[in-house]
Design a protein. Structure first.
Lengths: 145, 406
């Protein structure tokens, strides 16, 4: 399976070669979609993990044991269904097809599992129906799900 | 300009009065423009015209030339408003003392516009209209110079739509009959009223409800004219004139359907009876503010020609691919090919031998819902057809001139 996670590191751990350890010890493929590790700040990483469910789970266990918080990115991106008027503008913007047109009904579908939280749809949507609640500047105050 | 009734004889001839009588009796046969495509295909235009009385259409998308006339009531002492703002969005007040017009593309006074490119344009005239229709309070600010009969110089108060003595949605140009398919052949991203266009032709945006779109179902304006009663913003409105830029002389296909932007409608209706579901303030990144308007027009099937027009499908409606990276801005009239709405809806078109993914900007689910809503209003006898008192400028056309279509 493929899952996209938001990892947040406490300050003290930011410099640890966590990802290298993951590759070595767990049979999981990684794809770093976005990384933000600022000195003296908590670090953030959006990571796609591909592999067996058990392996991904043990990788997550390991991360948690290091104090790294991991959560599915899908929970951080939201479409306000009441606001969305199904125009389709976002389908030309979303780079990974998480927002796409379903044929033949021509409805605009949002699949959070595919979303990488790139944020392009947030300002691209004319009625601001899309929200990505991942902002490193305010991340510290967020409670992890 | 050519006359609408060309003295042509038809096998089926119905009048507005007859159709309205059937609506009143609950006997009218009403179908959507989507449904009509199949009916005409299966039964032919003559049979379809015998059977169907009204075809309903719909479109729900950004329509820039829109706005609201409003009267905000007098103060004590009286005032002759010279400058008016609603939620910091400037309205035009060069009318009578307490009348004004707010346009949907007007951004709020403190908007940074495109200074931080691409600008967000978070709030504008379209959002004011949506907020009002949603029953929200808006801040009304008026500045004036004093006269002997209007002594007041300032007004500053929160109002709701209910507080305004009069509010008329009045859109000088809506429901464009066909529109360009936009691509960007330059090497930088462009932010346009046709959405965000990636460099080197990596996406194509289009904006029409195609076979459901009002003016594409009456391509020669035979029934849509001054006085046509319509679905507007969730309420009832009227076509009051041809819209600005109405161009009946645009090139047309053998079926009479324009292949370029052509006809437009000016529409208006009582804003107080409309709904925020169908009037949505929009922010087009890097471009500006506007309003998405839900619009639906019933087409009376007066004869087999109207059946044939309303039976035209997305496969038979074409538009041109236009470059918004350079050509559009610089007035270069160049086309990168003709594509049908069926191709556009398939999600991919070919431009200069390259496959390009397409995205709509016009809500098709919205358009369908409007056509269905209008259909049920008519079926329930709640909505009657308005017979035009006059017609738009049109072009000469007949299905049976040189040879029938296809
Ligand atoms: S751009 Fe916004 S309103 Fe349009 S379909 Fe996408 S999410 Fe919905
Ligand atoms: S944030 Fe929006 S544009 Fe980016 S991947 Fe997710 S859905 Fe697509």
């Amino acid at each position: 399976m493929t899952k996209i996670f938001l990892l947040s590191y406490p300050k003290e751990n930011s410099s640890q070669p966590v990802i290298c350890q993951l590759v070595k010890h767990y049979d999981v493929e990684f794809n770093i979609l976005k990384a933000e590790i600022l000195p003296q700040r908590d670090g953030y990483l959006i990571l796609e993990m591909k592999g067996l469910k058990e392996n991904i789970n043990s990788a997550l266990e390991y991360l948690r044991s290091l104090g790294v918080k991991a959560e599915r990115i899908a929970g951080r991106v939201h479409r306000d269904e009441k606001k969305c008027f199904q125009c389709g503008a976002c389908t030309g913007i979303c780079p990974v097809g998480a927002l796409h047109i379903q044929q033949p009904e021509m409805t605009v579908v949002f699949e959070p599992e595919k979303c990488t939280a790139c944020g392009l749809c947030v300002t691209g949507c004319p009625v601001r129906a899309m929200a990505v609640s991942f902002d490193p500047a305010t991340e510290e105050s967020c409670v992890m799900a | 300009m050519s006359e609408q009734k060309q003295g042509k004889t038809f096998q089926v001839n119905k009048t507005y009065a007859e159709i309205n009588a059937r609506i009143r009796a609950g006997e009218a046969v009403v179908v959507t423009a989507d449904e009509m495509v199949d009916i005409v295909r299966q039964e032919g235009p003559v049979e379809a015209a015998r059977r169907v009385d009204v075809v309903t259409t719909g479109t729900f998308s950004v329509m820039c030339s829109s706005g609201m006339f409003f009267n905000f009531g007098q103060t004590n002492p009286t005032i002759k408003g010279q400058k008016v703002w609603v939620n910091k969005v400037s309205a035009y007040a060069g009318l009578a003392a307490v009348d004004a017009y707010i346009g949907v593309t007007e951004p709020s006074e403190n908007d940074p516009l495109n200074q931080v490119y691409p600008g967000e344009f978070r709030y504008g005239g379209g959002h004011v209209i949506e907020d009002l229709v949603a029953g929200k309070k808006v801040l009304l600010e008026v500045k004036a110079y004093p006269t002997d009969c209007y002594a007041n110089t300032k007004m500053h108060k929160e109002v709701t739509l209910a507080d305004l003595p009069y509010a008329l949605l009045c859109n000088p140009r809506n429901g464009y009959q066909n529109y360009n398919c936009a691509v960007n052949l330059s090497d930088r991203i462009v932010y346009t009223y046709m959405g965000t266009l990636k460099p080197n032709c990596r996406n194509a945006n289009y904006c029409s409800a195609g076979q459901l779109s009002p003016l594409l179902n009456d391509p020669l304006y035979r029934t849509i004219g001054i006085g046509t009663r319509i679905f507007l913003g969730g309420g009832v409105g009227y076509v009051t004139f041809q819209g600005t830029q109405h161009n009946p002389a645009a090139p047309r296909g053998d079926n009479g359907v324009p292949i370029r932007p052509a006809g437009t409608m000016m529409v208006q209706g009582d804003l107080k009876k409309m709904s925020p579901e169908w009037l949505r303030g929009v922010s087009l990144q890097g471009y500006g503010c506007s309003l998405a308007v839900g619009l639906g027009v019933p087409i009376p099937i007066l004869n087999e020609e109207m059946a044939q027009f309303t039976g035209i499908s997305d496969e038979e409606i074409f538009t041109h691919v236009v470059d918004y990276g350079y050509d559009y801005t610089n007035g270069v009239a160049r086309t990168y090919g003709k594509v049908s709405y069926a191709q556009l809806r398939s999600g991919e078109i070919e431009v200069a031998g390259k496959k390009v993914p397409t995205a709509p900007l016009s809500s098709l689910t919205g358009a369908r819902k409007i056509a269905e809503t209008l259909k049920s209003w008519i079926q329930q006898g709640k909505f009657h057809l308005g017979e035009p008192v006059d017609y738009f400028p049109t072009a000469d056309f007949s299905f049976d001139k040189p040879e029938p279509q296809e």
